[in-house]
Design a protein around this ligand. Structure first.
Ligand code: ADP
Length: 391
């Protein structure tokens, strides 16, 4: 039994064939530079990696080539072993608080939500349409990045923007990375053996977000209408006074597209240091680069601000969990954040923090009043399991 998980972007398709029970990735690959002069496809199965460099004019041809690779290199997708196709969809708006079996109606709703996620939903739709056509005999399920955050209380999801305008344009906090926050907070509950935890999950990848979860319900998250709000990210500003936009438009003569690009791609760590990869930022910092040292402080300060705010709104904190690329691998970053939380009774176990592992683990000392954990995320597996829940 397996689930094909597809993440279709504007010029790429990433996929993984997952065993939803064991969690094993059976095969994986990606199609890159769709629509450009040179395309690239990579398919991995067992010890075999097959790469193709050829133009991929559109998503349909990309996915057709992927299916050819599955039949040439393996494993077969046509022997009845795949139970579902899970599609990652960024924006589910107010319509989806869980996974949805894709019908024409669901497809239309995803389409209706395109204005809220203009970079993502149209690309997901392309993947969904092609995959439904090429793999007709199997259930297709959409798994939404926003679904976990549909449970947010109104007081957390509502912006103090003019109500008429907000309602007309569906402006509210939708959040993102929800599949990861749900998966990781669920793992923490299992690991600690409690279902009533007040927890904070820090998903620190290239994109970064924090969530507050009570029991199995999300009550706060740092990303907003779009993934731009909240923490300092690889290339995104995170929180910033929106009047900076008016200022840069009026005084700096910048257009909306220029500002979008500046805030989403050329800010954050990249804008502060020239590097958007956390490892490269540390390298600069180790060489004494003042901008990198400051950027790391800005990054940690923002995180601590969110942890404090979420602890206050939840009325306490039982578990604080780091996940995603930097969260899972960067022990120095975790230490930098936790040393600023001693007033909350957080005590890190330095040895446990230094261990590298793919397993969930506690990194706080027994005397810590908050259990601090590292829990690797696995969005593909979470999507596969959610897809299976509807089959
Ligand atoms: P994405 O958001 O693209 O899925 P990932 O979850 O893969 O991102 O995380 C990417 C981030 O994780 C990058 O900033 C990278 O530098 C950081 N990262 C990965 N490994 C390490 C490491 N060993 N030390 C510090 N940062 C790391």
């Amino acid at each position: 039994m397996s689930v094909l998980v597809i993440n279709s972007g504007s010029s790429s398709i990433k996929y993984q064939l997952v065993n939803p029970d064991s969690g094993a990735a059976i095969a994986s690959g990606l199609v890159e530079r769709i629509g450009e002069e040179t395309g690239h496809i990579e398919h991995n199965y067992g010890d075999v990696t097959r790469e193709i460099d050829a133009p991929v004019p559109d998503h349909a041809i990309g996915l057709e080539k992927v299916l050819e690779l599955f039949s040439e290199v393996g494993p077969s997708l046509t022997d009845g072993s795949i139970s579902a196709v899970g599609h990652r969809v960024v924006q589910g708006g107010k319509y989806f608080s869980g996974p949805a079996l894709i019908t024409d109606e669901v497809q239309s709703l995803i389409e209706e939500l395109c204005p809220l996620a203009p970079l993502h939903n149209p690309a997901h739709l392309k993947g969904i349409k092609v995959a439904r056509r090429l793999l007709p005999g199997v259930a297709h399920v959409a798994v939404f990045d926003t679904a976990f955050f549909q449970s947010l209380p109104d007081e957390a999801a509502t912006y103090a923007l003019n109500r008429e305008v907000a309602e007309k344009y569906q402006v509210r906090r939708y959040g993102a990375h929800g599949t990861s926050h749900q998966y990781v907070s669920g793992k923490v509950s299992e690991y600690v053996g409690r279902t009533d935890l007040k927890q904070i999950v820090l998903h620190l990848g290239n994109g970064a977000s924090a969530s507050a979860v009570i029991g199995r319900k999300a009550v706060e998250t740092s990303m907003g209408l779009t993934p731009l709000e909240g923490l300092v990210m690889g290339g995104r500003t995170g929180d910033i006074d929106p009047a900076v936009i008016f200022h840069l438009a009026r005084v700096g003569g910048m257009s909306i597209d220029e500002l979008d690009n500046l805030f989403n791609r050329h800010s954050g760590l990249k804008g502060l240091t020239g590097e958007n990869d956390m490892r490269a930022v540390w390298k600069l910092a180790d060489e004494g680069d003042a901008n990198a040292l400051e950027a790391l402080d800005v990054y940690a300060h923002r995180l601590v601000k969110y942890i404090g705010a979420y602890t206050a709104t939840m009325g306490g904190l039982d578990a604080l969990t780091f996940t995603a690329g930097a969260g899972e691998n960067d022990s120095r970053l975790r230490a930098k954040v936790c040393e600023r939380l001693t007033a909350f009774g957080v005590r890190l176990d330095e040895e446990a923090n230094a261990i590298r592992s793919k397993e969930p683990r506690v990194i706080s000392a027994p005397s810590s009043s908050v259990t601090v954990l590292v829990v690797p995320t696995n969005e593909e597996l979470a999507i596969a399991r959610q897809a299976m829940s509807l089959v």
